[in-house]
Design a protein around this ligand. Structure first.
Ligand code: NAD
Length: 354
């Protein structure tokens, strides 16, 4: 029997509408192949929401996304709205959105497509075959801990994690590892920080529930080095907020292009899937954006929210084939390009590969 999923769609600003349209094109292709129906409902956020409603995050968007099975999101922001008061700016809409959704886990894969190994600043032999998932705690740690403040003489922040916060993010990492290579490397600074010692002890307790998963620990400074020296050693990297912020950006650069990488922000009831890049106002409306990060985000949505593994694999393989056949958008045209294509054509090719 055909399955139906309610998908909330937020296209946003800049290249957002162009790239999300291509992801929908590809979702429809897998839908046809695997007898899945996607019921899309579109909501406003960002500059476009401000222009139409006076609020960068209308309540209707929060309610609509909460009531959907998952959300596919493009990007928001642009120079047109940069001078608005802070609370009206697209970016504050996005922060409010994440808070409202209670998304505590940020999943950022770093995948290297073989054909694009030259696009990385590292040697191809170091990065070919890299497939890492960084699981970052998103709404705790030093970015939110109290007390925090500054006076004229000093500034202070507090890195604090409760056992409960560590447990819930650790479960996300171990569950993901079960669907991957069954290895979790937990990153901390337990040689110096008390909060990291609690992190390490708690992760070890959670690990007992996943006997098939191999757990290792690494200090964050060493992890930063190892990501560059030998990134293939990692499967799932589990981190707190600040360490994950830094390491996930470092990991994303292994792949060489910002236009390729997807992400997910998940809570207990909701998950939002989006490319890691922004709204690219410099190329908006030109039809030349790379839609792969967004198409890949749609694949993550199928895999992690809807448990449609075959359909997710079909998208991943369709992207790989497009890369292998030498189709490239402008951002990657310098790397093994046989046919330079625009955003819409890349969507067509990936959809037809399904
Ligand atoms: P950006 O990621 O939008 O762009 C950085 C550079 O990468 C630009 O040269 C852009 O053309 C290029 N680029 C990005 N995505 C691309 C793609 N898919 N294909 C080809 N090239 C691509 O970052 P920025 O310029 O710092 O920010 C622009 C706006 O986006 C700002 O308003 C910022 O606040 C917003 N932003 C939004 C999000 C989000 O919605 N999650 C994230 C980051 C930035």
């Amino acid at each position: 029997m055909a399955k139906t999923y309610n998908i909330s769609i937020i296209k946003g600003d800049g290249i957002g509408p162009e790239i999300v349209d291509e992801a929908i094109k590809v979702l429809n292709a897998v839908g046809q192949k695997f007898d899945i129906t996607f019921d899309y409902k579109e909501y406003l956020m960002g500059g476009i929401a401000y222009d139409k409603t006076g609020d960068p995050l209308p309540q209707e968007t929060i309610d609509g996304v909460k009531n959907s099975d998952a959300c596919l999101f493009g990007a928001i922001g642009g120079p047109k709205w940069d001078n608005l008061p802070r609370e009206k700016r697209p970016e504050s809409g996005l922060l409010r959105f994440r808070k409202n959704m209670g998304v505590f886990a940020n999943l950022r894969p770093a995948i290297v497509y073989d054909e694009l190994a030259d696009a990385s600043s590292l040697k191809p032999e170091v990065i070919k075959g890299v497939d890492i998932m960084v699981v970052r705690e998103l709404i705790g740690g030093i970015y939110f801990g109290q007390p925090a403040g500054k006076d004229e003489q000093k500034g202070w922040n507090t890195m604090v994690y409760s056992v409960e916060e560590i447990e819930r993010i650790a479960h996300v990492a171990f569950k993901l590892a079960m669907k991957r290579d069954k290895r979790v490397c937990s990153i901390d600074k337990a040689n110096v920080l008390d909060v990291s010692q609690l992190w390490r002890e708690t992760v070890e307790q959670v690990a007992k529930e996943y006997p098939e998963v191999e757990l290792s620990h690494m200090y964050v400074d060493n992890a930063a080095m190892q990501l560059i020296a030998n990134p293939k050693q990692f499967d799932v990297m589990l981190t707190g907020n600040i360490f994950g912020d830094i390491l996930s950006d470092e990991a994303s650069m292994l792949s060489g292009s910002i236009g390729l990488l997807p992400s997910a922000s998940t809570g207990l009831d909701t998950a939002v899937y989006e490319p890691i890049h922004g709204s690219a106002p410099d190329i908006a409306g030109m039809g030349i954006a790379n839609p792969i990060a967004t198409i890949s985000s749609a694949s993550m949505m199928l895999r992690y929210s809807l448990d449609e593994i075959e359909a997710a694999n079909a998208i991943d393989n369709a992207i790989k084939k497009a890369m292998k056949d030498g189709y490239r958008t402008g951002d990657l045209a310098a790397y093994d390009c046989k046919v330079k294509v625009n955003c819409s054509k890349m969507g067509d090719i990936i959809a037809s590969n399904i």
